[in-house]
Design a protein. Structure first.
Length: 459
């Protein structure tokens, strides 16, 4: 029987010691910095602020509990991808975007090093990222992607033909792959729990079960009191639309996952995957997967991409049809897993700006700051955002504060019903494009996908 929801598989299988719920806010309060959101972005920001300025009073307000959102539900990809890099190259020039990419490469190591320093056992395995092509059109996109990454300084990235790819991981129909060492598998919940504990050791105040209903200059409003501070930082990612005045800021895109039962040694002998790389593909409706520390496969992708009115799921529950679709995806990659038990299924939301560009910003005149819009690449990007927000708050000009994603502005999403209709149509187009490319075996991307990319703002 598949457990559907319950936040995520990571919660269901977490073996670390439980801790009591953190107390909610009970009255008005003051701080030097108030951070809204107890996920990776908010906690990394709090961690670096307190580590750099121990006397700073830092308060984190979290509506449920730390890691309730994407930080406790994601695919466990700690890697160097950042949403919007190519757009930033267009806006600010290639050298600026190159610096952003180099900062992301370094961020993978930064997260691993801090986890070790703070004693956070997050099942980290630095096996890299393997991007796979499974059709001629995907292979064309993969070659272009590989060349582009080399152009952004990834001289340690390698390209593999079909035999070499399948020798590494026996993926059905694989025709090529590109691999970067700048990636690692993590247990996302263990990482966020350990990070929250590290923040508290530094003296950060964390209030859970404290939903923020409004963010305004120098104050964060909750049902239980208002926290006033010179700086108010919004770190709410896919849940941003629930805040007053933010309905059209970032679209909460759904992503769902399933996890298999632990696979026996003889199955792994046939699959390979001994390097424990995280795996993605070049489909338009892409997938992502990892080999977990207890030898399961956790694999994800789009189900129902968006709920009308920017609504979010209930404690990670996903649609039965999505579980079926992801199970079919799993067995299309690994036919030998047909009939394997699917023990868990869950979903979450990620923040998507209208131009698909992650950003970090601070307005010193109002004290309002924000970071997010990671479009699913937030496990590492949130760390870079946290360090950048630290430098912006402390008014400390650094290489980070001059990166091209700082203080980026983007227009809002369209109102309903146009937003819902547009997203449904776009992902229907992407799915149809994938089906067409698989059926025809043509080496070029279908025009339908190019049109969808232009309309969506992805390219």
């Amino acid at each position: 029987m598949t457990i559907n929801g319950g936040i995520s598989f990571w919660y269901a299988t977490d073996t670390t010691a439980p801790r009591p719920a953190r107390a909610p806010l009970t009255r008005d309060a003051t701080a030097d910095v108030v951070i809204v959101g107890g996920g990776y972005t908010g906690l990394w920001t709090a961690y670096y602020l307190k580590a750099s300025a121990p006397d700073l009073r830092v308060t984190v307000l979290e509506q449920k509990f730390c890691g309730y959102g994407a930080s406790g539900r994601n695919g466990g990809w700690l890697y160097n991808g950042i949403a919007g890099r190519d757009r930033y190259a267009e806006l600010h020039g290639h050298p600026a975007a190159l610096r952003l990419q180099q900062a992301m490469n370094d961020t993978v190591t930064e997260v691993i090093d801090v986890a070790a320093k703070e004693g956070i056992d997050a099942d980290v395995h630095r096996g890299g990222v393997l991007e796979v092509a499974r059709s001629p059109a995907q292979l064309s996109r993969l070659r272009a992607f590989h060349t582009a990454e080399l152009g952004f300084g990834e001289t340690d990235r390698t390209f593999h033909d079909a035999p070499a790819t399948r020798a590494r991981v026996d993926i059905a129909d694989a025709v090529g792959s590109s691999c970067t060492p700048h990636g690692a598998r993590v247990h996302p919940l263990k990482l966020v729990k350990g990070l929250a504990a590290a923040c508290e050791r530094l003296g950060v105040v964390i209030h859970e079960s404290t939903p923020v209903t409004e963010i305004a200059p120098r104050r964060a409003v909750t049902p239980y009191g208002t926290v006033r501070a010179p700086f108010v930082l919004r770190c709410t990612e896919g849940f941003t639309a629930a805040l007053k005045g933010q309905k059209r800021t970032w679209l909460p895109m759904n992503s769902s996952m399933i996890a298999t039962a632990p696979l026996p040694a003889e199955v792994w002998a046939s699959l390979g995957w001994s390097g424990r790389e995280v795996i993605g593909d070049m489909a338009h409706a892409y997938m992502y997967a990892q080999r977990t520390a207890d030898d399961r496969i956790a694999i994800g992708g789009r189900g129902v991409p968006y709920r009308y009115g920017s609504r979010t799921d209930h404690d990670g529950r996903t649609q039965p049809a999505t579980i079926t679709a992801l199970t079919s995806l799993l067995t299309s990659f690994f036919p030998q897993l047909t009939g394997t038990e699917i023990t868990h299924a869950w979903s979450g939301v990620l923040g998507v700006p209208r131009d698909w560009c992650a950003t970090v910003s601070l307005d010193r005149t109002t004290g309002l700051g924000l970071a997010g819009g990671y479009v699913g690449s937030g496990v590492a990007t949130a760390n870079l955002a946290g360090r950048t927000l630290r430098d912006l708050v402390l008014e400390n000009p650094t290489d980070l504060t001059s990166l091209p994603w700082v203080n980026h502005r983007v227009r809002r999403w369209e109102p309903e019903p146009f937003r819902w209709l547009g997203v449904q149509a776009l992902y229907a187009a992407y799915r149809e494009a994938d089906r067409h490319e698989t059926a025809t075996h043509r080496p070029t991307t279908t025009p339908l996908a190019h049109l969808a990319n232009r309309i969506s703002g992805r390219h």
